[in-house]
Each structure stands twice: as structure tokens, then as C-alpha cells.
Design a protein around this ligand. Structure first.
Ligand SMILES: O=C(O)c1ccccc1NCC(=O)[C@H](O)[C@H](O)COP(=O)(O)O
Length: 264
């Protein structure tokens, strides 16, 4: 199964990086870290004035689609997102299946003011310190990949370092784990990361089980204003969108249209 394969390879890579740069050394670079993480909650919370929040993803490739964007310039894409109203930017840093790079985070953080998500398969505290050093404001933790205990431990470690966490769920069991760890930002991923199947009705099933006051992010397969309108009406605050933006002729037009989904 793809998620197991990705997690296995991710852990092997982390072990190699730990040998090249042990955690205490990596941690030491934090004292000179110019990238203090910002509180992303206000950026992701739907309000009357700005009901639709968009996390726009910098995504070159994926396990389900292969290469998505040939002429891929992460900084240019991020600048376009930022200039056209994205509330946060998701930067895929996984190198094998998504062709991402941790360096993209730093490149973007230097020139783009919008808050950044390190989108990766985070299984080890080392990757959380990396996220901070390379310029992320928040990280992704996938409930399916972690035991309740590990999820809670990584979640608390990230908060302790000043990073917010998007806890991703795909079913009731994941949601129970997210609740037990006290997650405040919950991503409902329409994509089953084990089978790649999409279930665009998932938010309808899971949102009613989430207590009030949480920030809800609808993830994957969002490609038109009808989907956004519908999910917003049932309680989604924010939308994580990757492939669609990578394929459209004008990110500017599409992003503006999505932000104004409720106007028509
Ligand atoms: O995108 C995939 O094929 C994928 C496969 C296995 C694990 C994760 C995967 N994607 C990560 C994501 O969550 C998406 O990149 C993100 O939600 C945006 O989705 P989309 O708008 O459908 O590109």
C-alpha cells in the first residue's frame, strides 16, 4: 500500500539525514533562525468578511497522477498564490513521489509573506525541527500513519516549538485520534491515502462529529466553486487545493473565483 511505502522510505531518509546532521546540531541552527513561526489560526478561520480560506499547494507530482506540472517553479507559483489571495501555502517537501524539496520552503519563506505548511509524511520529531529551521509555520500530521500516542507526542512537540498542526483524518477512527490529541485544525482528506479512492461526501459524514470551535480544512479533489459552496455551507473553513491550481491556465483567475465562491 502506497502510504506504508511512503512512510517506510520517509523514515529511511530521516535516519540518513540524522547521520549527516544530528538533531542537536540541527537544533543549534535555530538560535540563528530568521523564521519565527506565525500563528496560522486567524488565516484559516472562516469569518463573515472572508468566509472562504484557501491553502494553495505547490505540487509538482503525486503518487496518483505522476508528474502534474512540467514547468514547475515553486517560488513563482507561491508568489502567484500570495498575490492573489491565498491564505496559506502548502509546500510539498517529500522528494520521491511528490518531487518536493525542503529547500522550497526556505526559498518561498524568504520572498513570500503568506504562511507556509510543510506538507510531508511527518513521523519523527527530527522532521518537525526541520520544518521550523526551513521556514514552515505549520505542519501536517496524518492520523492514519500514527498511533494515538505518537500523534499526541508529535502534536505537542510541534506546538512546543511554536508550530501549529493540521491533523489530517479520513475516517471516524482517525477523527477519534485527532480529538484525543486535542487537535484544533482538522483536515478532512477526501482521498484515501491507502487506495487513492476519492470520497467527496466525506465532509458531510465527518463534520457533524467535530465539536464547534475547530478549524475545518477540506482537502483534495476540490476543483470548482460548487464544491466549495457546498462544503462551506456544511462548515468547512478552508480548502486545501493542489492539482487543480497546477493545471489551470491562470492561477490568478481561478484563485479569485474560488475566494469569491459565495458571491454568486
Ligand atoms: O495526491 C496524491 O495522489 C496523494 C497520494 C498519497 C498520499 C498523499 C497524496 N496527496 C497529498 C494531499 O493531501 C494532496 O496533495 C492535497 O490534499 C491536495 O490535493 P489535490 O487538490 O487533489 O491535489
Amino acid at each position: 500500500m502506497i502510504l506504508d511505502e511512503i512512510n517506510k522510505k520517509t523514515l529511511e531518509d530521516v535516519e540518513k539525514r540524522k547521520k549527516d546532521m544530528p538533531l542537536d546540531l540541527l537544533g543549534r541552527s535555530l538560535s540563528a533562525n530568521p523564521f519565527a513561526p506565525r500563528d496560522v489560526k486567524p488565516y484559516l478561520t472562516s469569518t463573515k468578511e472572508e468566509p472562504i480560506r484557501i491553502i494553495a499547494e505547490v505540487k509538482k507530482a503525486s503518487p496518483s497522477k505522476g508528474i502534474i506540472k512540467e514547468d514547475f517553479d515553486p517560488l513563482l507559483i507561491a508568489q502567484e498564490y500570495s498575490n492573489n489571495g491565498a491564505n496559506a501555502i502548502s509546500v510539498l517537501t517529500e522528494p520521491h513521489w511528490f518531487k518536493g524539496d525542503l529547500e522550497y520552503l526556505t526559498q518561498i519563506r524568504r520572498y513570500v509573506p503568506t504562511p507556509l505548511l510543510r506538507k510531508d509524511f511527518i513521523l519523527d520529531k527530527y522532521q518537525i525541527v526541520e520544518a521550523l529551521v526551513y521556514g514552515a509555520d505549520f505542519i501536517l500530521l496524518i492520523a492514519k500513519s500514527l498511533s494515538t500516542k505518537d500523534l499526541k507526542e508529535l502534536y505537542e512537540y510541534a506546538l512546543h516549538l511554536g508550530l501549529e498542526v493540521l491533523v489530517e483524518v479520513h475516517d471516524k477512527e482517525d477523527l477519534t485520534k485527532a480529538m484525543k490529541c486535542g487537535a484544533h485544525i482538522i483536515g478532512i482528506n477526501h482521498r484515501n491515502l491507502e487506495t487513492m479512492e476519492m470520497d467527496m461526501t466525506l465532509c458531510e459524514k465527518l463534520i457533524p462529529m467535530i465539536p464547534n470551535g475547530k478549524i475545518i480544512v477540506a482537502e483534495s479533489g476540490v476543483s470548482n466553486t460548487e464544491i466549495i459552496k457546498n462544503l462551506s455551507s456544511i462548515g468547512a473553513d478552508a480548502f486545501l487545493i493542489g492539482e487543480h491550481f497546477m493545471r489551470v491556465p491562470s492561477i490568478e483567475d481561478e484563485l479569485k473565483k474560488f475566494k469569491n465562491s459565495l458571491d454568486s
